[in-house]
Design a protein around this ligand. Structure first.
Ligand SMILES: [Zn+2]
Length: 617
């Protein structure tokens, strides 16, 4: 498929998706699910329909990783779109008509574009024979536009969600009218409230005491005073501090006011409805403010002013973007690579991202649309096809960076102060578990060395690692050759050569056996090394899964060892300088410092050979 063909098919799928009327209040979810199922088949992705309730499903399109248990990336989008006022549209809103390069239709910005961009990025990566080292899930959920309670709100409660082992989530953002991409790390709380005020009633010709209207007036004044303050705060900051944006203030709007029955009767009650969007960290204070307003409202009895929460999203969680993390580094690095300027801010409304953040998953909102007017929920919503296609390129790079590589580090742990290596292993294990690491399964690394029977030949070390069950790793001693990665039949071949007396296994087999543990993005293999039933020492492999640049990973792993195993800095430094400095040096010489499992196996080889030479304790 040529680049042009890929663009064509991407546009075609985009238009097809727009043409499916997933419009609230009666979205055609069935057709959308069918479309996504076919799409998955076309791309060679696993497809699953996750049932949320009798009339709702979420579609999960999965590209499984080539490696085992790393956390996954979730690319989320919602299937539904908001209603249209057809008479205000230049083209039929569900046609996907393209005029002057602009694709028109409901959902072109919010957010069918993003859903298609995820999948088309995957099509391109697959065409390039890329293999992700992290599983990628494309999640399509219903009902975002009506609050998501029965959509994402339900999904996060299911075992299917927990089973995804989510590491990082991408969700929707907003278009940007400039050349700066908007990146959202949180959204505001949504609070829809109703004040019901009651008072004395009577004929419209009298001056009755304690009326509902006086209470309504007081509350309205207080609420609008609050609104004016926030507005001023935003306007002032726009001139001085660009960091305070709409997402960082609380907005309050009177959206409905009802009451009264007849022109000449003083109403006994009014209802005032407000749509309030509360800035992060402002939730509790805002509720306090509401109760204070009620307290101060002039009234004879407390039951004359009733506050009712029509919708309350609760406190919102923010994804901490101050703390460095693999995905954040990765996202920022990708933006640099793609020459994308970014502005990190709080989403002015609420999206499904809040449910995921609430569960503790880091999530950011990002819709790659620059130089585009914000037309979500507006008439004549469109997206220029060049912006749409460029977005696919951005996701290609993002997915590649987010799903490739890991960085591992193998060291010999000191066991001198313990009675035995076994006892030392117990103690280290305890420390790791106390710190929150979870045991997952046993692990094992074996080293068999084949010495040549014929002179002039070289010793061949063959290693196997339980995390790479289908591979064996071979290294010819004293050669500058690379490590050979072969399948399991290689060991059978070596043993055959042994029976032919080309090689013999004079040197004892070395075995590392122990436990695999996981802690967030770290994978830890802790094991005791034995040689012919004699314990020789301890070995620890720490892998920092998400890092594709091996040297960066080392720094984090050093930190991990220091804090987790409670090791003195000096000891860590000793371990690093003595055991690993040459790895780091050799990587520095290499232009391509990308991690491969061979690097880990080379480190094991070094340690195991070193231990073999050590006298038994
Ligand atoms: Zn949306």
């Amino acid at each position: 498929m040529t680049e042009k063909d890929k663009d064509e098919v991407a546009l075609q799928r985009f238009v097809e998706y727009i043409q499916i009327k997933t419009v609230q209040p009666e979205p055609d979810y069935d057709s959308a699910m069918k479309f996504l199922k076919n799409y998955a088949q076309e791309l060679g992705l696993e497809y699953r329909a996750v049932t949320l309730d009798e009339s709702r499903q979420a579609a999960l399109l999965t590209w499984p990783s080539t490696s085992s248990t790393e956390t996954s990336i979730v690319l989320n989008s919602h299937i539904d779109v908001v209603p249209v006022f057809e008479e205000h549209w230049m083209v039929p809103p569900f046609s996907g008509e393209i005029r002057d390069g602009k694709i028109y239709g409901r959902g072109t910005q919010d957010m069918k574009c993003v859903g298609i961009q995820y999948l088309e990025a995957i099509r391109r990566l697959k065409a390039a024979k890329y293999e992700p080292k992290r599983t990628i899930h494309c999640l399509f959920v219903p009902d975002e536009e009506i609050g998501g309670v029965r959509g994402m709100g339900k999904f996060i409660t299911l075992d299917e969600c927990k089973a995804l082992n989510i590491g990082f989530v991408l969700d929707e953002g907003l278009a940007s009218e400039t050349d700066v991409f908007q990146v959202y790390y949180g959204d505001r709380s949504v609070l829809w409230i109703q004040f019901l005020v009651k008072g004395n009633t009577g004929h419209g010709s009298r001056l009755i005491e304690n009326t509902a209207a006086e209470k309504a007036q007081f509350i309205l004044n207080e609420m609008l005073k609050f609104r004016a303050n926030e507005k001023e705060c935003l306007e002032k900051s726009e001139a001085t501090d660009k960091l305070i944006q709409l997402g960082n203030v609380t907005t309050v709007n009177l959206t409905k006011l009802t009451g009264g029955v007849q022109q000449n009767v003083v109403p006994d009650q009014y209802s005032l409805y407000f749509d309030c969007r509360i800035k992060p960290d402002g939730y509790d204070a805002f509720k306090e403010f509401l109760h204070d307003v009620i307290k101060r409202t002039p009234k004879e009895n407390d039951d004359e002013v009733i506050l009712h929460y029509v919708q309350d999203s609760g406190r919102v969680c923010i994804t901490d973007v101050e703390k460095p993390s693999w995905w954040l580094n990765c996202f920022k690095r990708t933006c640099e690579q793609m020459k994308c300027k970014t502005n990190w801010t709080v989403f002015p409304a609420a999206t499904d991202g809040r449910y995921l953040r609430g569960e503790g998953y880091p999530a950011i909102g990002f819709s790659p649309m620059i130089n585009t007017p914000i037309l979500l929920h507006d008439h004549n919503e469109y997206l220029h096809k060049d912006v749409f296609l460029h977005g696919i390129e951005i996701y290609v790079k993002l997915l590649e960076n987010l799903t490739n590589g890991e960085s591992a580090y193998v060291i010999q742990l000191p066991s001198g102060s313990f009675k035995s290596p076994a006892e030392a292993a117990e103690s280290y294990l305890e420390k790791l578990e106390k710190g929150g690491a979870k045991k997952t399964r046993p692990f094992q690394v074996d080293l068999v060395s084949y010495s040549p029977s014929i002179t002039n030949s070289k010793t061949v070390h063959v290693l196997s690692h339980s995390e790479y069950p289908a591979s064996s790793f071979a290294f010819a001693e004293q050669s500058n050759s690379q490590m050979l990665v072969a399948d399991n039949t290689f060991i059978a071949l070596m043993n055959k050569l042994k029976t032919l007396r080309a090689f013999e296994t004079r040197l004892p087999k070395m075995e590392a056996r122990g436990t695999r543990l996981e802690y967030q993005d770290f994978v830890i293999n802790l094991g005791t090394v034995s040689q012919s039933q004699t314990t020789k020492g301890l070995v620890l492999e720490v892998a920092y899964v998400p890092m594709d640049e091996t040297r960066d990973g080392y720094c984090l792993i050093q930190e991990f060892l220091q804090s987790f195993l409670n090791m003195p800095k000096q000891m860590i430094q000793k371990l690093i300088t003595e055991q690993l400095s040459h790895w780091i040096r050799s990587l520095k010489d290499k232009k391509d410092a990308e991690y491969t499992p061979s690097i880990t196996l080379l480190q094991y080889m070094d340690i195991l050979i070193h231990m073999r030479k050590q006298p038994n304790e």
